[in-house]
Design a protein around this ligand. Structure first.
Ligand code: NIG
Ligand code: FE
Length: 412
């Protein structure tokens, strides 16, 4: 099936050669082509060019994109999209003045979601997750990472990971699975944190690995959750099974998780709302991608990741949603890109780069996704007619998406 898009007002994120990731300096530019055509053969981007030089091509379908932009789909490298139920009651409590920490300390928060998930059947969790996945795909997400971490028992963690596996089997966008058994301390293990970490390492992790249920390993490295020592121990164990780290660090407190991640060759360190100068310095010359989650900052009214400062220091940056029931019940990457511009002072070019190619890197997908490059997979966003790409973050809350293509096929 050959598709030819013609009269594209602007083709965005056009990269002639495949690149791994963009540094802060490289993020400043967003290469694009005005008045363009784009040729897709089955799943693959074959060619593109200017309408002034449109070759004679035999195709199955020609799509007129007059006034519209085409760009790679969003690469959302951090989500907890598989969960059961919701936490809107806690949202109400927070509006009335309780903090996220207070709610968690009273057995709400992650433990609340874990209880619901444990009591919900695999089929129902799958059905609820499908609704979310299809929603974010319609919003332009064409590659996604999904974590476990609302199970907190061997049985329930494996159940979550099997749901992710089923999503992988039934949907054509790339999905990466992360094992987050160390997300919070279950109440049965109160005052027995070492025992819980050992349970995760000795009982759950070997089974996750044996069944091939995860690519990555994660831990919530935070005061009141897990220490850098716990993190070190877990990441070392994960390494034995070939699971690379992608970890939650510096959300409320900077306690050294960034450095532990880098020392363990983490693919990414995520959250980073609290960054010390030494955290920024440690990330220089590392292969670890820093990932900001501005939807979480918005929803919890906590500081935004100092993305401007990090990019100015030369660091790369990726943007992701953190889609989860407690700290960011939205998987909308368009909103994330707007927030990055409005609240983190990223330019539209930087934000779009962070949400595409650098997000792809944070899932080891930048060879195949994240840019309009010959040979890459045709996961595309076609926008509605818009005046410029700056209009995307500017018109926050509007849906500017006309259609989404995954593997060269239009989503219904
Ligand atoms: O990334 N910080 C840890 N985990 C999630 C939120 C979990 C929850 O509240 O359910 C996050 O923000
Ligand atoms: Fe998260």
């Amino acid at each position: 099936m050959k598709l030819l898009f013609i009269n594209i007002k602007e083709l965005l994120q056009v990269r002639e050669t495949s690149i791994e990731k963009l540094s802060g300096k490289e993020m400043k530019s967003l290469p694009s082509l005005n008045n363009a055509w784009l040729l897709v053969d089955n799943k693959t981007i074959i060619d593109y060019g200017s309408m002034d030089n449109l070759p004679e091509l035999e195709v199955d379908e020609t799509i007129d994109a007059t006034g519209k932009m085409i760009m790679p789909t969003w690469c959302d490298s951090h989500t907890h999209l598989v969960y059961a139920g919701n936490r809107e009651l806690e949202f109400g409590q927070r509006i009335k003045g309780m903090t996220y920490e207070e709610i968690a300390s009273k057995g709400g928060g992650i433990l609340n979601s874990a209880k619901t998930l444990q009591e919900t059947s695999e089929e129902v969790i799958y059905e609820q997750s499908v609704v979310r996945l299809e929603e974010v795909m319609r919003l332009g997400t064409g590659a996604i990472e999904i974590k476990s971490g609302y199970g907190l028992t061997k049985e329930a963690e494996l159940k979550m990971l099997r749901v992710i596996k089923k999503l992988k089997e039934n949907y054509t966008l790339p999905i990466k699975a992360t094992f987050l058994g160390a997300h919070a301390l279950p109440s049965e293990y109160k005052e027995k944190k070492v025992e819980y970490i050992d349970y995760v390492i000795n009982e759950i992790l070997p089974e996750v690995a044996a069944q091939g249920l995860a690519e990555y390993i994660d831990i919530f490295c935070e005061k009141g959750y897990f220490t850098v020592e716990d993190t070190q121990k877990l990441l070392a164990a994960g390494k034995k099974y070939g699971l690379k780290p992608k970890i939650h660090v510096n959300q409320f407190n900077a306690i050294g998780g960034v450095q532990t991640g880098i020392e363990n060759d983490a693919l990414s360190v995520d959250h980073l709302e609290e960054m010390r100068p030494e955290d920024i310095n440690s990330l220089k010359n590392s292969t670890t991608m820093p990932v900001a989650l501005p939807g979480c900052s918005l929803f919890l009214s906590i500081p935004y990741t100092p993305g401007r400062k990090m990019i100015d220091a030369g660091l790369p940056l990726a943007l992701a949603t953190d889609f989860n029931p407690g700290s960011c019940p939205s998987g909308n990457m368009n909103l994330v890109v707007s927030l990055a511009c409005i609240k983190m002072n990223l330019t539209p070019e930087e934000a779009i780069n962070a949400a595409t190619i650098n997000g792809a890197y944070a899932m080891e997908l930048s060879k195949t996704h994240g840019s309009i490059t010959k040979g890459k997979i045709a996961n595309l966003i076609v926008t509605k007619p818009i005046p410029s790409y700056t209009y995307l973050p500017y018109s926050f809350g509007s849906n500017n998406i006309d259609s989404v293509y995954i593997n060269g096929k239009k989503l219904k």
